[in-house]
Design a protein around this ligand. Sequence first.
Ligand code: AMP
Length: 317
Amino acid sequence: MQIYTRKQSMSKLLIVGTVAFDAIETPFGKTDKIVGGAATYISIAASQFNVESGIVSVVGGDFPKDFLKQLNEKNIDTSGIEIIEDGKTFFWSGKYHNDLNVRDTLATDLNVLADFDPKVPEKFQNTDFLMLGNLHPSVQMAVIKQLPNRPKLVVLDTMNFWMDNTWDELMEVVAKVDVITINDEEARQMSGEYSLVKAANKIHKMGPRYVVIKKGEHGALLFENGNAFFAPALPLEEVFDPTGAGDTFAGGFIGHIANTKDISFENMKKAVISGSNLASFCVEKLGTERMINLTKKEMMNRLIEFKKLTQFDIELS
Ligand code: AMP
């Protein structure tokens, strides 16, 4: 007798965001243009999970095709990355202070992103999960509008650049998402509140049911109306380059949720830990270097460290 086992289908995860060149300056040194971008970091982090992911983005003819191949080798579909042969790839440059939580943006050259008209590949039009990584909010909105059915969960990441330059468009997108992940300074800017609890409450009112506030080396907070959860960042001996940590966090967060197909608050807590876990690797080397070579075993071992770091017993009497 033959026994047929039905393989559980893998979730589809569509990731929108920049695929970019970055030039980074830290107290330890300076780089020329290296590959970066929000969608790049998110997709590499999410590739640690059993998900079928694809990117929607745009690059110029100057972007290395070999890098796209490396993404394909990680099972990341790049057919939604448009290549404008006579255009230049989005370029960002940033400088970190001695306190690596603080950085200045030195340049943001939109280049091919300026007139990008995204097209969701047919294969991803019925995506289960949508991760709107950092990019122009009107591009994020155009992607939402192309999906015939609403995904199970829509997560948005954004930054001060879009708050400063495209506030109205950003608010339209924020109103449509389930989860927003932003850093503490951006949460303060967006809400006009210094207290992060008050900031989260105001942001809930703008649309997202879940608000995740990233605090760099001080961990991340998850808020749902009335519920809160805190995940620490793993204390590391050395941080080399924090670029991409926020996006890697987002990739680990949505990767865990897409893998487990569970959008409850309890599971979101695990997703926040998963995001913090992966972000702790990202910062250990320059650019995407550490994440590209990360193994599942390393990821699992560090999760054990996370568990030890946060577990305690106390008598409540
Ligand atoms: P993170 O360190 O996680 O905040 O993200 C850093 C990445 O975001 C870099 O690789 C940049 O290419 C990308 N980035 C920087 N500025 C922007 C922007 N305004 N829009 C989209 N992506 C950006």
